[in-house]
Design a protein around this ligand. Structure first.
Ligand code: HEM
Length: 186
């Protein structure tokens, strides 16, 4: 008899507890924080910036900037694509790195935002305007689909040069692919 009462009491307590908001919370389970591609690239962990002594940089941004800079060099040496960048190449040849710095920052901001970074914004031209020679005099001619594909191939080379894994390269490639209809205007 005593045992039955105890069992019933325990059942009542458990049921009662589960009607409480704290138990409901457990049932509804706190949302699992989903990892963004930016997180996979290093996320918001602060590390020393190897290019700017004494400064710190988010690891994700550093990874993206390394890929961007490496890719700009691959493209600059690629005869299929470097003709699109006459202004930039003339500046660099003359020892003026301001356009390179601006493009590096702009592309880095773009990819940070596109991969899920929270602490950066992209303030450059829209993808259509940036790749329309009428709106961006630094772009020499309109890009065709084959140019876009070549750009992606150069991006893969650039990313491999800085040691990005094939898996992450694939994910970055998927982000880049979303811009194709805006970049290709020929
Ligand atoms: C694959 C995807 C691409 C992305 C995400 C991309 C992104 C960008 C961004 C963010 C800018 C800077 C815009 C600004 O600062 O306002 C830019 C500039 C530019 N892009 Fe692209 N782009 C892509 C493909 C291409 C292709 C395929 C070409 C040429 C065939 C190209 C040629 C250029 C040129 C010439 C500039 C101006 C560079 C300068 O500042 O001198 N882009 N692009």
């Amino acid at each position: 008899m005593k045992k039955t009462v105890l069992v019933l009491l325990s059942a009542a307590v458990v049921t009662g507890m589960c009607a409480m908001p704290s138990c409901k919370k457990k049932e509804n389970a706190t949302p699992v924080a989903t990892m963004t591609l930016y997180d996979s690239l290093g996320g918001t962990t602060m590390v020393a910036d190897p290019s700017n002594s004494g400064q710190m940089i988010e690891k994700g941004r550093l990874g993206i900037r390394s890929v961007v800079d490496s890719t700009i060099f691959v493209i600059a040496a690629d005869p299929q694509l470097n003709g699109f960048f006459p202004v930039l190449l003339a500046e660099v040849t003359a020892g003026n790195l301001s356009g390179f710095g601006a493009l590096s920052k702009s592309l880095t901001d773009f990819f940070c935002v596109a991969t899920g970074a929270k602490n950066f914004t992209y303030a450059g031209k829209s993808m259509v305007a940036a790749h329309d020679p009428a709106q961006n005099p630094r772009m020499n001619g309109k890009a065709a689909a084959a140019d876009f594909d070549r750009f992606v191939a150069d991006l893969v080379v650039g990313a491999k040069k800085v040691g990005l894994s094939d898996q992450l390269i694939g994910q970055v490639g998927a982000v880049v692919a979303t811009t194709k209809t805006q970049v290709v205007q020929k």
